[in-house]
Design a protein around this ligand. Structure first.
Ligand code: FES
Length: 155
């Protein structure tokens, strides 16, 4: 006989509480999704089911909203995030080659996420990146690997 948990799913309970704070109003869907995601870092299936039920709207409607806005995550975020600048000034000093190197280096690594950004205001010191929110300048593939090794050691 399979074990049955008597504990409510925390995202499910949190999502219902957030919906209640907004009076279970369907027009508050975006705010509810943002607040739910800010608590957990992503939107689980259980959270979306709870929101659909509380707001009395279809899961297809919620799915449409969640997939339309790129800020919403459907999976738990990685522990670390590298945002690599892909804009023109950084491209001129090797950002594209660095991005290819980074993609290969991080392939299959669930603990470090790689995202593209388009200008970090550090154009004179490219290629630039934000590593867990900290600005890094003049990145080379070797410097990138050293940063990743530091992040992996912290994971
Ligand atoms: S173009 Fe990369 S920081 Fe501005």
């Amino acid at each position: 006989m399979p074990a049955v948990s008597t504990f409510p799913d925390t995202q499910d309970a949190a999502a219902r509480a957030i919906c209640a704070q907004h009076g279970n109003r369907p027009d508050a869907l975006l705010e509810i999704l943002h607040e739910t995601q800010s608590q957990f870092g992503f939107l689980s299936d259980d959270a979306l089911k709870a929101i659909a039920h509380a707001l009395n709207i279809s899961r297809a409607e919620i799915h449409g909203v969640v997939t339309f806005y790129h800020d919403f995550r459907r999976e738990a975020p990685p522990g670390h995030v590298i945002r690599l600048c892909r804009a023109e000034a950084c491209q001129a000093v090797g950002a594209e080659a660095l991005a290819h190197h980074a993609e290969k280096r991080l392939a299959g690594n669930p603990s470090v996420g790689l995202e593209a950004v388009y200008c970090l205001g550090n154009c004179a010191l490219g290629p630039a990146a934000l590593v867990d929110g900290e600005l890094k300048a003049r990145l080379t593939p070797a410097a990138f690997d050293a940063l990743v090794a530091e992040l992996e050691a912290k994971a």
